[in-house]
Design a protein around this ligand. Structure first.
Ligand SMILES: Cc1cc2nc3c(=O)[nH]c(=O)nc-3n(C[C@H](O)[C@H](O)[C@H](O)COP(=O)(O)OP(=O)(O)OC[C@H]3O[C@@H](n4cnc5c(N)ncnc54)[C@H](O)[C@@H]3O)c2cc1C
Length: 419
């Protein structure tokens, strides 16, 4: 017969929910734990992370140089102090973690599936009941504990832990269905928007750029041209958007700002004078060459062609380079370092890797328990915290999961002792 009661019910079997389940059982084996997951299997999103390799953490996640934003950030130091880092957390499940460029951490297997297997098998070994194909549709606080609607089953639990994720990548299960349930109980959320997404711009400015990748520095500018954030890396161009980790990071860093322009500097290592001198040198060497080949010693051909058009050099591409005049060359040098793209929008939830915004710190106490209803805990992306690319979002999921799982189980035991 189906088991319909548990001490701790974890709603959502993603990264944070599984970490919470393992931590709760390891610290407090007297507390029974069930994970309700609406998908057929737990951890669907984990399999998609890091292009299937799972960038499971970052050496820099606890440093002064804070890679996180959101109202819940103020709890990060305490959560970090009281939880295992991802290397130690996974080592205890038999995962060896390798360190890569920029502090990124990956499983030695290079397979996200091995991270999910480690979590799932450990949870099962700890007697966590993984209840899949189980969508939680409503919860009702009772005098003691909660009654919970899971599909057509009615469950009771002493405490609940919401780890249902945000709104990013809804196909993996994080479709936001928990937010209205929590709103009804008085939970406050900050405005949510897609982050770690491409930035849409005028497709006319990307005519020749589709598929091109160039290194550079990208800056996010406001309407008043104030610099909001800057990132270095590989800029990628799609038919309608700017992408690449550096661009996506700008959407995480400027989640609350009114982003109006992305400005790309393709030659951040050169001064303006050096830039102009380089173009004059290529002008001299290639004066008789076709315009379309002028900049190929400097940039991918299509990027050069788009730059010429974007700075208003409208000569046919088979015209000789010497027909470009001094003023046009000066403008081109400027554009190489200040190439502006208007922001037409951010990518969709389907394209987003993470949610900026979520449950506000106003509704959450230091132990990650709801301030509006005792016995409800939270972990992961459902909370108003998001990080830049590099393993920071999974780091938050494991850490907040461990912390909330441990605190929820401890709360149940204390309540019992207190009568
Ligand atoms: C393509 C992609 C690549 C990424 N790569 C990385 C990376 O390499 N490194 C990194 O740090 N971060 C990465 N991220 C971000 C990271 O995966 C997430 O921040 C993290 O998985 C969030 O974990 P979570 O447990 O909070 O939520 P989720 O992993 O979204 O899990 C939530 C779970 O709750 C379930 N659920 C929702 N509602 C209900 C309900 N009502 N009842 C029952 N179950 C429910 C969902 O089905 C889902 O399984 C990536 C994200 C994407 C989309």
């Amino acid at each position: 017969m189906m088991k319909q009661t548990t001490d701790l019910l974890i709603i959502g079997g993603g990264a944070s929910g599984l970490a919470a389940a393992v931590a709760a059982r390891r610290f407090f084996p007297a507390v029974s734990v069930c994970v309700a997951e609406q998908n057929h299997r737990v951890g669907k999103k984990i399999l998609a992370t890091g292009n299937g390799r799972c960038n499971l953490g970052n050496d820099g996640s606890g440093t002064q140089n804070n890679p996180y934003s959101g109202t819940m950030c103020k709890y990060i130091p305490e959560i970090w102090k009281n939880t295992k880092d991802s290397v130690a957390f996974f080592r205890e499940m038999g995962i060896i973690v390798r360190h890569e460029e920029d502090g990124r951490l990956y499983p030695s297997s290079n397979q996200a599936a091995s991270v999910l297997d480690a979590l799932r098998i450990t949870a099962e070994q700890e007697d966590v009941f993984l209840h899949c194909d189980s969508r939680v549709t409503n919860i009702t606080p009772k005098k003691s504990g909660f009654s919970v609607q899971i599909g057509d089953e009615s469950w009771t639990a002493e405490a609940l832990l919401f780890s249902t994720g945000g709104l990013a990548a809804p196909k993996t299960g994080s479709d936001g269905c928990a937010f209205p349930i929590l709103s009804r109980l008085g939970c406050k959320m900050t405005q949510m928007q897609p982050a770690l997404v491409p930035v849409e711009t005028d497709p006319g400015l990307l005519r020749f750029l589709k598929g091109v990748r160039v290194p550079g520095v990208v800056k996010a500018l406001s309407k008043s041209e104030t610099e909001l954030a800057a990132e270095q890396g590989e800029i990628q161009f799609t038919p309608h958007a700017l992408s690449g980790i550096c661009v996506m990071n700008l959407t995480a860093k400027c989640a609350e700002s009114d982003l109006k322009w992305i400005e790309a500097n393709l030659f951040p290592q050169d001064t303006e004078e050096q830039m102009e001198a380089i173009l004059w040198e290529l002008y001299a060497v290639r004066a008789q060459w076709k315009l379309e080949d002028w900049l190929t010693g400097l940039l991918p051909k299509k990027a050069g062609m788009q730059l010429l058009r974007s700075c208003g050099i409208l000569l046919p591409f088979d015209a000789p380079v010497y027909r470009v005049n001094a003023e046009e060359l000066k403008n081109l040098a400027y554009l190489c370092q200040h190439w502006r793209f208007p922001v037409w929008g951010r990518g969709t939830w389907n394209e987003a890797q993470v949610t900026a915004g979520g449950i506000s710190v106003q509704s959450v106490k230091r132990d990650l328990q709801a301030s509006f209803c005792p016995g409800i805990f939270f972990a992961g992306e459902i909370l108003d915290v998001h990080g830049i690319c590099g393993g920071f979002n999974l780091d938050w999921a494991w850490r907040s999961g461990q912390y909330a799982g441990k605190n929820a189980a401890s709360w149940i035991l204390q309540k019992r002792i207190g009568g």
